[in-house]
Design a protein around this ligand. Sequence first.
Ligand code: IMP
Length: 502
Amino acid sequence: MNQTSEENFYKMLEGKMTALVTCRQFGDTGKGKIVDFLARWADVIIRGTGGDNAGHTICFDGQKIVTHIIPSGIVHPGKINIIGNNVVLYPKAFCDEMAALVNIGISFDKLMVAYNAHLITPAQILWDRLSEVTAGSGKIGSTGKGIGPAYSDFVARRGLMVGDLLNPEIFREKLSRHLKFYRHILSGFDMKIVKEIMFQEHLESGFYYDDDEIFNIDNIYKKYIDDYGRIMERFICDTDAFVKANLGKLKILGEGAQGDLLSINRGTYPYVTSSDCTAAGLAAGMGLKEGDIDLSIGIIKGFYMTRVGCGAFPTEIGGEESDKWCNCGQTNKINEKGLYGHCDVNQVSGLAQGVMIRIIGDEYGATTGRPRRVGWLDLPLLRYTLKFNSQDIFLTKLDILNTVAKIKICYAYQYVGKTIKHGDDIIKSGQVLYEAITDNYILSRCKPLYMEFDGWQTNDLGDCYDNLPDQMKTILNYIVSETKINILGISVGADREEIIWF
Ligand code: IMP
């Protein structure tokens, strides 16, 4: 570890009171690790968006901890952790995760949950899962955690809030109206499928189900108010007021979820999640404005990318074959290891090479276990996200490509679809695009143009920028010259300390 650089990084933090960590790709870039590092500096760590669709992995002292809904700062004793106003919260997910963390000695004394965060209900989880199984080719590949319906209901003004758990009568009244709406829209669906979903473990194995009414309101009330509500009430408060009052006094760190390209506002719509996962969205979910933020760090993987679920992914290794393979519902870590675990990553191509990188990088969903589709680093997409973000970037997982002989970086696309009007532009077949257009029709018809580089093919990555393998430095310099990013540091291993600051 290069102490001088780490000191430089801390020097850069001097005088700063607010920092954010968000992802410039499709999520799963290892934000947990850098959040964990910055949590040592911060007094307060806040999750502002998303729900238990996220999975943040932290490795330390040989332990691996994955948090889904609780900020990953919780593993740091004495820090205040907050679940902010734009999070969607499923009480079962929260209470199960909390119980598991308490079990390993983690304290919840300083956790706060925003009264104005949104509650995920059983009806929303059912609707999310039902929509996916009945959507055919229109499916999004959601995590099935009720995220989309929870945000939709909020906007449609029929959602419930976390603060409703403090007021049982109001909760019951709102829940009754909410369920009436869902009973109505569910009436056209096959009740066999509905029942099957309602008996899944995440929906308390049928406890919320009623043969005549679909939902058993008494049982939902009982769980939400008498069980989870009792556990949660001590955490629920006005976190926005707390954050405002302490702005400039306490060091505040925002922990992003998912990534810019999955943002409802900026991502590859409609193949996105339903929250705004950008720095602006995170700041709002923390109770702040983007202008309140002193340092905004973006995370990307070096030098590959992943995407979970459906939607265009121009640099996907193995292309459509990989998309189908990963989204068929049958693929998992065990069968992939059986099929490809013995292969040499440099002797295979297409789908198989993507699988090999997935195995080496352990790119399987922390929340769902699904295989993440693997592709090469895509600079047109990065240039797009940099338009509405700071240039400060941290790269993760550089060690994953240690054995790969040839590394491709996509520097531009060639569009190969019909002529299409896009905003002020007309995009024609054959046109070269240096900045991605996130419209799914266009993006899915973009052929990547690659620059190919030699890999470094060593496990010895040194302990400072100067000692990095030359081949790695060449690629890093190329990316900087193409995108003008400012690289703050890189992560070269799973452990907390395996960071090289620049
Ligand atoms: P939802 O957030 O469950 O509604 O899923 C919408 C899309 O976002 C799907 O393609 C998911 O695979 C993707 N997604 C949601 N959360 C994550 C995440 O934490 N990492 C990567 N992809 C995610």
